[in-house]
Structure formats: structure tokens, C-alpha cells
Ligand binder design. Structure first.
Ligand code: GTP
Ligand code: MG
Length: 418
């Protein structure tokens, strides 16, 4: 089965908590703080794998969790960092937030890594907080939560050369005679139901060729196999436009297929295209060819994929054209508007609810909140100092908060004290 789009939930591991403990020694009345830091949580990391061609593995793995960091220990020992969780994905994988508004990144190289959910940092133990003023801090930091995300994972075939054309023109036959790919070949249309990749090697050079499902008129509106596979054409640097000399009007086919490409994404027509007339071994094809040549001014490569006639000449020509073909710019190939992930976000936002509660939210605030061990007085005091330095007190006063008003921060409620 071929899967090129899947939604998964990824969870970075929580950071381990720091701990608050003291050194106890015989004859020493007050030992110093001795709590170590927590280890970092593991991240979920996608890794490019040139041997993979579909996202099928993710279909059966909808929740991917990385391990938590180990809590800090006594004697100043730090907890271990968790191992990352690696997930192998095919080249051409693009990761978006679920609504596709933000692109998290993409994988284009073998062994390239992309962090899709960062693990949380480990919290600091009380040893880390000792200062001259406070030599025996009675608190430690909690580990940060790992990043949680629902992501849309999409795979667009990443090939140098893409085969386009009507069904049954011989695209799969061609890839099977020039590469290691062995797709199904048959006399009925839509034999190929998903893209196949093949590696073509000539002398000491090679390129990746993609056999794509056949297109028909109105594919961009859903006819035939429709638009579902058109996206795989987007990232080929060069097209082999295959025409079948046994069809009624190959020229008309040529015009229609180009129209489909244009309707899907007009950028596609700017890509270099090599026109290939196939099945010259069949009778009465010379006439069709003459007609084609009178209407198309570009060079036409006349071959028989079946008999492997003129195929090598074509392969050498492809190599030449690839040398000239531009690299695909991300912007021209991607239809979606992309945003930076780390957009400017205020440290916190303050709203007043209808019943007069002051409600604070925000990513940075959340981080400080999560790090705080609210069972420890000293930690709570530190938290309120941090809020003050972020400007929370000032903002509350500005919004009219008075002594005794309720301030809600996530699941905790505090009283505002002037
Ligand atoms: N005579 C002749 N027949 C060919 C040639 N190339 C392909 N065929 C035949 O044409 C039919 C369709 O070939 P495929 O390679 O499956 O065509 P396709 O373009 O991949 O078709 P779809 O996957 O349906 O889009 C098969 O019966 C092939 O044997 C050729 O050069 N000469
Ligand atoms: Mg085919």
C-alpha cells in the first residue's frame, strides 16, 4: 500500500525533575544542598531514508512518544538524558502542523534529521541554586514538558525525472527497461496506481526516475486518478512527456496533458520537458510521427520502450538536460504559504473573564509555571519573582487588579497581593 499523507501525534519526553536534598554528615550540623539536575527528555526525530518510498509505517504508528529524562539524584548526581526516538521516513517528506498553516520542515537527504517534537529540558536541582545569599535553597526546578504536536506528514516523491503522459503510453515499460524498478505493466489504463521510483545508472552517473500514474483530461478536477498523484510531479526537475504513436491523436494528448499540468500548478510548464514518442515498433506509426513533428517544434525522441530502441540516446540526453535543469526552489514548488515556527509571541497574555478573574496564559509563562514545584514555599516565591520581572504585576495593576482579586494561571489560582 502506498501512503503519502498521514496525521500523527508526536510527544517530546518530559525533562527529569531536579531534586532538593541536603548533604548529611556526622558532626556537620548543616550540610549543603546536594540535589542534582534532571536529565533532558528525548526528542522525536525524523530521519531521511533513501530506501523508503511510502509513509505506510506511520499509518500504524499514530502516537510517537519519546522517553522522559531521569530525575536528579542525591549526592549531586544528574539524571540521565533520555534517548531520542528516531523514525525513518522517505526522502521528500514534509512535516506541517495539522492545519498546514506552519511548515515544520522537510527531509531531502539520506540520514538528514528533523526534530518534530523537542524533549523538555531537565530541571535544576537545589545544588544549582545555592548562592552566597541563599546557601541552602530548599527547592528545585521541575523538568520542562516535552513539545506535543499533532502533525501532518506528507510525502512528495523526490525524483530528478518524472514520467508523465496518458495511461498505457508505456511509462512503466520505460522505467522497467532503464532502471531497477519493476512496476506492473498491462494493456489497460491506470495500471500504475501510485508512483514508483527507479535508479537509472549510465556509465558512472545516475539519476532517480519516477513512474507516475497516467493522467487524463480534467485530472486536476478529479478525473481518473485525479489530483491525488499530481503533487508527486511537483518536485521532479525534468519531465519525460511520453506520447503513444498508436493512439488516435498523440498531438492532442500532448496538449491536454500540458494543460493538466498547467491547471494544477503553472510553474510545472516552466520545467524542462523532453518529448518522447513511444511504440515506433508498431505499424502505421510513421504517419503519426510526421504529423507530430509538423506541429511540435521541439525535438522529439522516437523510441520503442518495448524493444529498447533508441533508449540509450535518450538517457544520455536526459543527463545533459539534468545538468542544465535548475534546482527546484522551495517557493515555486510549494503552494502553501509558509510561516516561521518561532513567530514572535508575547511572554504572556492577560484577560479578564466576565466574573472578574484575571487570567494569564502564554508559552513562556507556561514554561516557568511547569518548572515550578508548587509544594515548596521557596519555589513559589521564586515563581512570583519571575512573574514580576516579566511584567505580570504591572500588567495586572494596569488592568485594575486590587488586593484579593483572583489571578488564574493555568490550573492554579492565586490571590493578588499589592
Ligand atoms: N508495441 C509496443 N508496446 C508497448 C511499448 N511500450 C509499452 N507497450 C505496451 O503498452 C501497454 C501499456 O504499457 P505500460 O508501460 O503499462 O503503460 P503506462 O503508461 O505505465 O500505463 P498506466 O500505468 O496505466 O498509466 C502494455 O501492454 C505494454 O506492453 C512499446 O514500445 N511498443
Ligand atoms: Mg504504468
Amino acid at each position: 500500500m502506498f501512503v503519502d499523507e498521514v496525521v500523527v501525534e508526536v510527544y517530546g519526553g518530559r525533562g527529569g525533575n531536579g531534586i532538593a536534598v541536603y548533604r548529611r554528615e556526622k558532626y556537620v550540623e548543616y550540610g549543603g544542598p546536594w540535589g542534582g539536575n534532571g536529565g533532558n527528555g528525548g526528542s522525536v526525530i525524523f530521519v531521511g531514508d533513501e530506501g523508503m518510498s511510502t509513509l505506510i509505517d506511520l499509518r500504524y504508528r499514530r502516537h510517537i512518544k519519546a522517553d522522559a529524562g531521569v530525575n536528579g539524584k542525591t549526592k549531586g548526581c544528574h539524571g540521565a538524558n533520555a534517548e531520542h526516538t528516531y523514525v525513518r521516513v522517505p526522502l521528500g517528506t514534509i512535516v506541517y502542523t495539522e492545519d498546514k498553516s506552519i511548515k515544520i520542515g522537510e527531509i531531502t537527504h539520506h540520514n538528514q534529521e528533523l526534530v518534530v517534537a523537542q524533549g523538555g529540558k531537565g530541571g535544576r536541582g537545589n545544588m544549582a541554586f545555592a548562592t552566597h545569599k541563599n546557601p541552602a535553597p530548599d527547592f528545585a526546578e521541575n523538568g520542562d514538558p516535552g513539545v506535543y504536536r499533532k502533525i501532518l506528514v506528507e510525502m512528495k516523491v523526490l525524483a530528478d525525472v518524472g514520467l508523465v503522459g496518458y495511461p498505457s503510453v508505456g511509462k512503466s515499460t520505460f522505467i522497467s527497461v532503464v532502471s531497477n524498478a519493476r512496476p506492473k505493466i498491462a494493456a489497460y489504463p491506470f495500471t500504475t496506481l501510485h508512483p514508483n521510483l527507479g535508479m537509472v545508472t549510465i556509465d558512472d552517473r545516475s539519476f532517480v526516475l519516477a513512474d507516475l500514474p497516467g493522467l487524463i483530461e480534467n485530472a486536476h478536477k478529479g478525473s481518473g486518478l485525479g489530483i491525488r498523484f499530481l503533487k508527486h510531479i511537483e518536485r521532479c526537475r525534468l519531465f519525460l512527456h511520453v506520447l503513444d504513436l498508436t493512439r488516435d491523436n498523440p498531438y492532442e494528448d500532448y496538449v491536454k496533458i500540458n494543460h493538466e499540468l498547467e491547471m494544477y500548478n503553472e510553474e510545472l510548464l516552466k520545467r524542462p520537458q523532453i518529448i518522447v514518442a513511444n511504440k515506433i515498433d508498431m505499424p502505421d506509426t510513421e504517419e503519426k510521427l510526421a504529423d507530430l513533428k509538423s506541429k511540435i517544434k521541439e525535438d522529439i525522441y522516437v523510441i520503442s520502450a518495448y524493444e529498447r530502441r533508441n533508449v540509450d540516446e535518450l538517457l544520455y540526453h536526459i543527463l545533459e538536460e539534468l545538468d542544465k535543469a535548475p534546482k527546484i526552489e522551495e517557493k515555486s514548488s510549494d503552494l502553501h504559504k509558509l510561516y516561521q515556527l518561532d513567530q514572535e509571541e508575547p511572554d504572556f497574555t492577560l484577560d479578564v473573564t466576565s466574573d472578574g478573574v484575571f487570567e494569564l496564559t502564554g508559552t513562556k509563562l507556561r514554561l516557568i509555571f511547569e518548572r515550578t514545584d508548587f509544594t515548596k514555599d521557596e519555589a513559589v516565591k521564586r515563581f512570583s519573582r519571575q512573574l514580576r520581572s516579566m511584567g505580570v504585576d504591572e500588567a495586572l495593576r494596569h488592568k485594575g487588579a486590587k488586593n484579593g482579586d483572583i489571578v488564574k494561571i493555568f490550573d492554579f489560582e492565586f490571590e493578588f497581593i499589592e
